[in-house]
Design a protein around this ligand. Structure first.
Ligand SMILES: NC(=O)c1ccc[n+]([C@@H]2O[C@H](COP(=O)([O-])OP(=O)(O)OC[C@H]3O[C@@H](n4cnc5c(N)ncnc54)[C@H](OP(=O)(O)O)[C@@H]3O)[C@@H](O)[C@H]2O)c1
Length: 284
């Protein structure tokens, strides 16, 4: 990589960031297209100070924003894309001159992963497990674009879950049902579910044998997307595969949220084959 006085830079802002795969995938993509860009990782505590500093640097092109700053970054930006505003969180900053705009490509990435996986959402009953940040982004992306039939949110945190359902109803007009995430509710709801999207940390490394859904409740008519991407094949996805479900791994959402960021910063189609190969080589 030839870094010179014209190089534009992007980076991930979070805390911690040392584990991030984003530098590897974005730098591989910049190199593949021969772009004079570089992507770094910045461990940041004072998010407002960091954004103020970045705004003043002429060759800053944008950033990924990760835990714990996705909500806190919002008031420091000049504009927020409408779906990200409804979500109340961003994961991407795009700089044009000194104007900084926030986007949420987690939402875009989840929808792209479903579409690329051949899932037609129109008229379908979609069930989201979890009501945290990622569940919120995905629920609003479904409300904004997909024309789904019904949405049910199951989560362990009753306040977070009801707030999400109320926000969705008031901001998108989508009818939403919400219930506790437990075996009894899953037993009742899953026979009548088309698309199941798992958005809790259950099954994430090192707890690789854990799952939110007892295997016996899965059926071949389900599409199962697990947004956990480490490991690439979670216990939920293994169980879903075993009964013949269509499965969409979390790696696909991670890839597509990154490719959407790349496109926002460079105005070029992302080389997703190169980015996927980097992710596959780094994730167990
Ligand atoms: N593939 C991708 O591109 C992508 C993107 C974003 C996130 N993710 C993954 O998605 C997962 C969730 O991320 P997030 O940002 O939404 O996290 P978050 O904001 O912390 O939300 C997690 C939610 O899951 C609940 N939860 C925690 N432990 C649980 C358990 N054992 N059973 C059921 N629910 C549980 C939490 O409830 P409490 O608040 O009560 O703990 C919270 O509602 C993480 O594994 C993350 O790595 C993947």
């Amino acid at each position: 990589m030839d870094i010179n006085a014209h190089t534009q830079f992007c980076g991930v802002i979070g805390n911690p960031v040392e584990h991030s795969l984003s530098p590897a995938i974005h730098n591989a993509a910049f190199q593949k297209l021969g772009l004079n860009f570089v992507y770094l990782a910045f461990r940041v505590e004072a998010i407002g100070d960091a954004i103020k500093g970045l705004r003043a640097l002429g060759n800053f092109r944008g950033a990924s924003v990760t835990i714990p700053h996705k909500v806190a970054a919002v008031p420091f930006l000049d504009a927020i894309e409408p779906t990200a505003r409804h979500i109340g969180a961003i994961n991407t900053i795009v700089a044009v001159g000194e104007t900084l705009t926030g986007y949420n490509t987690d939402a875009i990435g989840a929808l792209r992963a479903l579409r690329e996986g051949g899932v037609a959402l129109k008229g379908q009953h979609v069930v989201i497990l979890g009501s945290g940040g990622a569940a919120r982004a995905i629920a609003f992306s479904l409300g904004a674009e997909a024309g789904i039939g019904r949405l049910t949110i199951l989560g362990i945190d009753s306040q977070e879950r009801t707030t999400l359902a109320q926000d969705l109803q008031s901001k998108t007009g989508m009818a939403v049902r919400e219930s506790p995430l437990d075996e009894g509710t899953l037993r009742e709801i899953l026979p009548d579910t088309h698309v199941l999207i798992h958005c809790t940390p259950m099954g994430m490394s090192p707890n690789v044998h854990k799952t939110s859904v007892p295997a016996a409740l899965l059926h071949a008519g389900l599409t199962v997307m697990d947004i956990v991407y480490n490991p690439r094949s979670t216990q939920l996805l293994k169980d879903a595969n075993a009964v013949g479900c269509r499965v969409i791994p979390g790696l696909e959402m991670f890839l597509h949220q990154a490719s959407a960021q790349f496109e926002l910063w460079t105005n070029q189609a992302a080389p997703t084959d190169v980015m996927r190969a980097v992710l596959e080589s780094r994730l167990p």
